[in-house]
Design a protein around this ligand. Structure first.
Ligand code: ATP
Length: 320
């Protein structure tokens, strides 16, 4: 089932067209990464999904229903600019946000207890927000975002301000929410985290949709078939390999199998087959791992957002 369906959304601020007819959908239970360069329109999009902002045109459906404030209990939104009341005590703050979503106080308290424990905040419950470290304030913001148990949790740069230990803790909590069936939209410039956690990706630029769909499919569709990774048991004589034959270029890189060995990134000639490449390398030593290179998310992001206008002429959108 689709938890979120966005159709032809537009939003204009004075002379800036922040969203330019964006359409995509998100499956219930997925972790979807929302990516885009600064100013791409992500915050505008997230505010519309959270019913904080109205679009100029287009529609948003949540769990199959036309969106509006009456559905805001289904959504938990943690904005990049955190918004807590400095003088409020931690538990009052969390309960306040939960009650704004109309949730049952008994259930709210039980969920709050669960998450205060998960985030090691039990001893801070009576402290005022301004007395907490920035990282602990951020944890409180997260708990306040999802204390009413929303079906769709939207996190804008959730890792910013966290040390590596708390980032790992937050990642575990997000994975726990995911395992319970909650859908998560994660907007972040931290490509390795998005790559590790998200199964689906939406990439926007200049208010337009660039890509959407399963991360594995997007990687496959953006693969450069001429790039290969291999690991050999012994080092190779590189000048000898590139002097003629199927290999255009080869350079050392990390080994690509869990076994010890010597790793190489290799570019084959356009007309060469993988078999020809393997035969040429095998003349020098045993190959213990061989694969076609898939692009990283960061490589796709850069390739598809730099000179996007030019690329849009040549490449279609991968849809889920
Ligand atoms: P970032 O990654 O830097 O947070 P973003 O992808 O979230 O960027 P938005 O904040 O949605 O992008 O902004 C999209 C465009 O709309 C930008 O050009 C921005 O300057 C403009 N914009 C956003 N909010 C307003 C506003 N209230 N008034 C005028 N222009 C705005």
């Amino acid at each position: 089932m689709k938890i979120l369906e966005i159709d032809s959304l537009t939003k204009q601020y004075a002379s800036v067209r922040a969203l330019n007819g964006i359409s995509f959908s998100v499956e219930e239970g997925s972790i979807c990464g929302l990516l885009g360069p600064n100013g791409a329109g992500k915050t505008t999009l997230l505010r519309i999904i959270s019913a904080i902002l109205l679009p100029d045109s287009g529609s948003v459906k949540i769990a199959g229903k036309d969106h509006g404030l009456h559905l805001s209990h289904l959504i938990g939104y943690m904005p990049e600019e955190r918004g807590l009341y400095d003088s409020m005590r931690v538990e009052d703050q969390i309960m306040y946000f939960g009650r704004l979503k109309g949730a049952d106080p008994k259930e709210l308290r039980a969920t709050m207890e669960e998450y205060l424990t998960l985030f090691n905040l039990q001893d801070d419950r009576k402290r005022r927000i301004k007395e907490l470290s920035k990282g602990n304030q951020q944890k409180v913001q997260f708990v306040a975002t999802m204390v009413h148990r929303p079906r769709l949790v939207i996190l804008d740069e959730p890792f910013s301000g966290f040390d590596p230990i708390n980032s790992a803790l937050l990642q575990q909590v997000i994975e726990k929410l995911h395992s319970e069936g909650t859908t998560i939209i994660l907007s972040s410039h931290n490509m390795p985290s998005v790559e590790e956690m998200c199964n689906d990706i939406v990439l926007v630029n200049h208010g337009n949709l660039v890509l959407s769909g399963a991360l594995d499919d997007i990687k496959e569709a953006n693969r450069d078939a001429s790039q290969l990774l291999l690991t050999t048991r012994k080092p190779l004589n590189l000048p000898l390999l590139t002097s003629s034959g199927p290999i255009l270029n080869i350079e050392p890189t990390q080994a690509h199998s869990h076994r010890k060995g010597f790793g190489y990134l290799l570019q084959k000639r356009d007309d060469a087959s993988n078999g020809e490449v393997l035969s040429a390398v095998a003349l020098q030593g045993e190959v213990i791992h061989f694969e076609e290179k898939l692009p990283t998310l960061a490589e796709i992001f850069i390739a598809r957002t730099t000179g996007m206008e030019k690329q849009n002429e040549n490449a279609g959108t991968v849809t889920a």
